[in-house]
Design a protein around this ligand. Structure first.
Ligand code: 13P
Length: 249
């Protein structure tokens, strides 16, 4: 049985006042029947981990550096995230691939460092609108997976998130057939590379305009093991609806 995970990515949103949302989440889902993860901005990782201590909600970072320490002004190491109380880190989000020109090789190195530090790496992939229109989606996803996931990946230390770039923050959602096609492809690629024992047990999340209103349908798609949620993770009232949908899937 693969682990189901409802993961929230707050991106560059939230100050200490936003932590009140977490109290609501804990109250509404004291014992969720799926994993629940919130990745706040780096400034809130320590406070969120402290606030969620003893609850079922895990805390994650949104990025880490590939090096374990050193002269990298403004960056955060995997060990620092662990020290702050994080259990997960997102790597290779399309916004970092775009804004910071991160390559598959960069992401591979980050994932390797993160997992060596004891974090679970949530490795993202996803095609642009142009790439989908050109019929290149599966080629792009295949190349991103091959390049970004390190050899050291296991079902315990790695989660994959499929996030079509054109669906992020746009309200546009792929059809259930399109989601299913890519998730089946990812599952096949993971099994081919890592064998059934690992490849069939790595959780694969869908991300891109997931909301309480579409979560039931998305979670019913084969090989969708949860969601990586941006906008709808900022408010507990929305995110609880997504958690409930995943629990019932
Ligand atoms: P939205 O849910 O806001 O579309 O964002 C998805 C995402 O990028 C999560 O990492």
């Amino acid at each position: 049985m693969r682990n189901k995970l409802a993961a929230g990515n707050w991106k560059m949103n939230g100050t200490s006042a936003s932590l009140a949302e977490i109290d609501t989440l804990i109250t509404s889902h004291p014992t969720p029947k799926c994993g629940v993860l919130i990745c706040p901005p780096a400034t809130l990782v320590g406070a969120m981990a402290a606030r969620t201590k003893g609850s079922a909600i895990a805390t994650g970072g949104q990025d880490c550096h590939a090096d374990t320490s050193g002269a990298h002004t403004g960056d955060i190491s995997a060990d620092m995230l662990v020290d702050a109380g994080a259990s997960h880190v997102i790597v290779g989000h399309s916004e970092r691939r775009q804004d910071h020109h991160e390559s598959d090789a960069d992401i591979n190195a980050k994932a390797k460092t993160a997992t060596a530090a004891g974090l679970i790496a949530v490795i993202c992939c996803g095609e642009s609108d142009d790439q989908r229109v050109a019929g290149k989606t599966l080629d792009i996803i295949g190349a991103q997976l091959a390049g970004s996931i390190p050899e050291t990946a296991t079902a315990e230390n790695t989660v994959v998130a499929y996030e079509p770039i054109w669906a992020i923050g746009t309200g546009k959602v792929p059809t259930l057939e399109q989601i299913g096609e890519v998730h089946d492809f990812i599952r096949g690629a993971l099994i081919k590379r890592f064998g059934t024992e690992i490849g069939d047990n790595i959780s694969v999340l869908y991300g891109g305009s997931v909301k309480p209103s579409n979560a039931d349908d998305i979670f019913a798609v084969n090989n969708v093991d949860g969601a990586l949620v941006g906008g709808a993770s900022l408010k507990a009232v929305d995110f609880t609806g997504i958690i409930t949908a995943l629990e019932n899937s």
